[in-house]
Design a protein around this ligand. Structure first.
Ligand code: ZN
Length: 224
């Protein structure tokens, strides 16, 4: 089993165990209301604010993703193909090391979204090519891919020893929402059991974990 596979295996076990989570950091999942910043600033941010992690910074630089710094939210825009990161001092933590965990967790989450672009792994085409694709389910699945991928990178790079509690909570929340989306979608399948089974198996944590591992492998490949 690959290192990413081992990490996701442990992660799925932890989620099944239902570990209690700590409070969310100020910024974790993206907030798609960020104003358009006027400038693209240098990466990485001020080391006094976020403690740099050379391996992580090398991975991000090798990807060549355009990262726009500023504003209040983190998100990836498929239209502009840019990652938006809020000012570093908005991240939860009383010191540069604590803020680094939340900074890189958020940046990796967006970087995994960046891999979904049509010129990269084209995850949306895959989803939309399915006969029974459902927009809300696709969105929740993509959020799970991004969050699980972020945890894999944090753990592989040694920024976190194990999946952070707030990441587990974020994954559980999205997994719950995905389940509700699928339950609703299944009510429209009538008695067609094969359609119900396909929906349930495709829109699942296991699918998200597999896609996350593929995304991490893709990012790693850009470094070589
Ligand atoms: Zn996201």
């Amino acid at each position: 089993m690959s290192e990413a596979g081992a990490i996701t295996g442990r992660l799925l076990t932890r989620i099944d165990e239902g570990n209690s989570a700590v409070a969310f950091p100020a910024i974790w999942c993206e907030q798609p209301t960020c104003p358009d910043p006027a400038v693209v600033r240098a990466f990485p941010p001020d080391p006094d604010i976020v403690q740099p992690h050379p391996q992580a910074d090398a991975l991000v630089s090798a990807c060549g993703a355009i990262i726009v710094h500023g504003g209040s939210g983190a998100y990836y825009s498929p239209v502009s193909d840019r990652i938006h990161m809020p000012d570093a001092d908005r991240f939860y933590g009383t010191n540069a090391a604590q803020r680094a965990l939340h900074w890189y967790a958020t940046l990796f989450h967006e970087l995994i979204h960046w891999t979904s672009h049509p010129q990269r792994l084209d995850r949306r085409r895959e989803a939309h090519g399915r006969r029974h694709s459902i927009a809300n389910c696709d969105d929740e699945l993509e959020e799970l891919v991004a969050e699980i991928g972020s945890v894999i990178l944090l753990t592989e790079l040694g920024i976190a020893d194990e999946p952070p509690a707030h990441a587990l909570r974020c994954i559980r929340d999205h997994a719950d929402m995905l389940e509700r989306c699928v339950d609703y979608a299944m009510t429209r399948c009538g008695d067609i059991e094969s359609m119900r089974r396909n929906l349930k198996s495709y829109y699942s944590l296991e699918t998200a974990a597999q896609r996350a591992e593929e995304a991490v492998s893709y990012l790693r490949g850009l470094q070589s």
